[in-house]
Design a protein. Structure first.
Length: 94
């Protein structure tokens, strides 16, 4: 599996399912300066972008709710997360 967090893969799926939302959310998050994000760890930017899109798709709900109820994961995005699926199969011994 490539370095990153689940949000990194979810963003790759989002770029297929919601390209405009992802682009606008990346622009929004990028507007915050070092003073606002100096405490961020690696990949927190990806998490913030996912959260921004999630807030549009399912206001007041968690990221998990939008990933489950909306089109983040679909036939067109399965190839993007195939390594995640394989990791989970191995982890769960399926």
């Amino acid at each position: 599996m490539n370095p990153g967090v689940l949000e990194t893969r979810i963003l790759e799926c989002g770029a297929i399912a919601y390209p405009e939302y992802i682009s606008l959310s990346r622009d929004f998050v990028a507007q915050f300066g070092e003073g606002d994000t100096s405490h961020w760890r690696p990949f927190d930017n990806d998490k913030a972008v996912v959260a921004a899109v999630a807030s549009i798709l399912q206001p007041g709900k968690t990221n998990t709710v939008t990933i489950k109820k909306d089109q983040w994961i679909q036939k067109e995005t399965l190839s993007v997360i195939s390594d995640v699926v394989e990791f989970l199969k191995t982890l769960l011994k399926l």
